[in-house]
Design a protein around this ligand. Sequence first.
Ligand code: NDP
Ligand code: GDR
Length: 326
Amino acid sequence: MKKALITGVTGQDGAYLSKFLLGKGYHVIGMIRRSASSDVIGERLRWLGILGDVELVDGDLLDLASLVRLMSTHKPDEVYNLAAQSFVATSWHQPILTGNVTGMGAVNMLEALRLTHPEGRFYQASSSEMFGKIQAEKQAETTPFYPRSPYAAAKLYAHWMTVNYRESFGLHASSGILFNHESPLRGVEFVTRHITDGVAQIKLGLAHELKLGNVNATRDWGHAGDYVKAMWLMLQQDVPDDYVIATGRTVSVQEFANLAFAHVGLKAADYVKIDAARLRPAEVDVLLGDASKAERKLGWKAEVQLEQLAAEMVDADIARYQRKAQ
Ligand code: NDP
Ligand code: GDR
């Protein structure tokens, strides 16, 4: 039985990846950090019905010793580094923490692997945010980067360190440059889920407006369930490499809101209010990915359409509020 270690197992992608790997017969080891709210720690795994199937072990990206201990105890065949301070807006308020966790944390993982278990395969969760102020209309693996936030700069450092460990030490280390991907398990601070949660509340009479920031920003949005499969495919290749993972369609925040409201028969224009406090110090205006290398080499293609994704998220949020009211 193959063993996989996932950092960030309590997050959106960690939950979907765990489910995917369990389905492939893996023993899944999920690293969690200590929290005073331990009762809610496995909520996403519980939502997917797999909380009891993942072996939860404690560790923290900031604590190299804990990573060395985990790596040498479990000797995982595959390591997926999904943990990060992942919210771009917070990275301006906590730039040093973001640099330490999102940037240096990845190096701690690479070092732990190199020192104790170099034959393990490594996946780094890189991000389309690294393209930031875009240097090409469609962004591919060869497009120059231009990070626009402390988060993106930290991810770029982690990305290049992954490439460096591959080239310097021969680690089987791959980096997935993933564009935005969403699901009913997306954190409510991110815009798609903020919108679908707001739509659910408005539909049920629990709220009367939805505050948004820059509704003109456009993103290439896919479904997290599709994207975790790409992570796994990267680690099944003989040769490690970097891949852009995206749908190839870009849609504005406003259009996503229109879709979500329309799903329940409402009009976004009647409820959306622009809140200047939600604007960012620097914005990534447009992202649009070219995933043709992943299609060619991994046989990967996004399957879920945005309309389907928005509907699934709105329905899940309505169901959540209805359950709470019972
Ligand atoms: P989430 O924010 O949902 O999850 C982040 C995870 O990181 C949580 O499990 C969190 O644990 C964990 N974490 C944070 N700090 C630490 C730490 N110091 N030590 C150990 N664990 C820590 O992110 P997603 O699932 O959406 O994304 C997964 C990864 O992919 C992230 O690295 C993100 O930056 C990257 N990414 C995401 C994209 C997306 O669209 N979703 C696109 C491109 C890249 P806790 O629950 O304790 O907070
Ligand atoms: P992003 O995701 O920054 O792309 O990072 P987010 O959903 O936070 O923002 C997307 C765009 O929407 C605009 N926006 C708002 N955003 C939020 N959160 N809340 C609002 O009210 C709002 N109104 C407008 C933002 O300005 C932005 O342009 C996500 C994260 O998952 C990263 O970890 C990941 O690396 C990238 O996607 C790819």
